[in-house]
Ligand binder design. Structure first.
Ligand SMILES: Nc1ncnc2c1ncn2[C@@H]1O[C@H](COP(=O)(O)OP(=O)(O)OP(=O)(O)O)[C@@H](O)[C@H]1O
Length: 355
């Protein structure tokens, strides 16, 4: 196990910059998830840590040792890919033991380590099979088994579950989390799936356009998103945004929306009167109420079983409410609601959070 330190890391392909300077310190044993939309540079960052891509500038240290110039095989890390990358002509046991055999590890130790990993992953009955006789989930487990037996300093995961169907993904996600609890190994996991990021991470690194937008615990990012990008990316259905002007005077502080209607907010010391802001509220935090100050037109209702997503228009703009109260289904074409003050987020003209 090891800490991983990334300082001032930049990457360009030719003249095209892909990462604009990443600083990140990962503690020994921590589970870090790099999350962001396609093209944000998360795989490039992971591949640089693995040694599969050169670092253009900056430094990467694993267990406090600079690794920029080290070949992947000398970095003592294990990578688990979405494609599994198993050897088709080898059995499960042979696939799992391959790296140890290469290192000329003693036979009895190999047997013991492979048996341990197989037991942890529920692979005992499959050890003699070839990969083609396994399901996608079982292959993914073998890929993890192969990583575990090496007892590396860190595990790097590149979208390992994206080839699996939704139910299996959920199951494997829980298994990876449980395994991390048992092994306590430093792990970096890349995904574009924010649910995977929320459920797995000790800390999430949210990326966009080659820039780290926020680093924090899953609930930090959910409760206090640093900017509009993180606010919109984390949470499903996504946060509602409304443009307006911040007004504070006397006993009232409000954001005046485009149509002039006021939404009462807590005062924000850093904002001047009249500043343009974006107000945000999550669909699950809107309080439906017959006496509510906000009135919106109901366009569409999506019952998900667990709850109901209501698609509305508020002053002509799309707006969503999520509720588990089924009685709203009979509520007609208008919905009244309140925005609880403590659930409102305010972002300044640059899109940064204001508290
Ligand atoms: N070998 C390469 N040569 C040129 N550009 C590249 C190369 N590899 C990646 N890029 C570009 O770098 C950017 C970041 O790619 P990267 O694969 O890291 O994104 P990502 O966030 O992992 O996206 P995805 O989820 O789609 O894999 C993209 O714009 C991509 O087109």
């Amino acid at each position: 196990m090891a800490s991983i330190d990334i300082s001032g890391v930049k990457k360009s392909y030719g003249h095209f910059p892909v990462l604009h300077g990443v600083d990140l310190s990962i503690r020994n044993g921590e589970f870090i998830v790099l999350v962001g939309p396609s093209g944000c540079g998360k795989s490039t960052l992971l591949r640089m840590i693995a040694g599969l891509e050169e670092v253009t500038s900056g430094e990467i240290r694993i267990a406090e040792k600079r690794v920029n110039e080290l070949a992947p095989k000398d970095r003592d890390i294990a990578m688990v890919f979405q494609s599994y990358a198993l050897y088709p002509h080898m059995s499960v046991a042979e696939n799992m033991s391959y790296s140890l055999r290469l290192r000329k590890t003693a036979k009895d130790k190999i047997t013991r380590v492979v048996a341990d990993a197989a037991a942890k992953l529920g692979l005992d009955p499959l050890l003699a099979r070839r990969p083609k006789a396994l399901s996608g989930g079982q292959r993914q487990r073998v890929a993890m088994g192969r990583a575990i037996v090496r007892q590396p300093k860190a595990f790097l995961f590149d979208e390992p579950l994206s080839n699996l169907d939704a139910r299996l993904r959920e199951q494997m996600r829980a298994e990876i989390k449980k395994l991390h609890g048992e092994l306590g190994a430093t792990s970096i996991y890349v995904t574009h799936d924010q649910i995977e990021a929320m459920t797995l991470a000790d800390r999430i690194v949210a990326m966009h356009g080659g820039v780290v937008q926020q680093v924090g615990s899953p609930l930090d990012l959910y409760d206090r998103p640093a900017n509009l990008f993180v606010a919109g990316f984390i949470g499903s259905p996504g946060m509602n945004f409304m443009k307006g002007r911040y007004m504070s005077g006397g006993n009232t502080t409000a954001v005046l929306l485009a149509d002039g209607s006021p939404v009462a907010v807590e005062p924000r010391g850093g904002l001047e009167n009249g500043t343009e802001v974006t107000l945000g509220i999550r669909p699950e935090h809107v309080a439906i109420s017959a006496m509510g100050a906000i009135e919106a037109d109901l366009d569409l209702v999506e019952p998900t079983g667990f709850g109901i997503i209501m698609h509305l228009s508020l002053h002509g703009l799309p707006f969503k409410i999520f509720t588990t109260d089924r009685s709203v289904l009979g509520s007609g074409s208008k919905v009244r609601a309140d925005f609880p003050k403590d659930r409102l987020h305010i972002f300044d003209a640059e899109g940064n959070r204001v508290d």
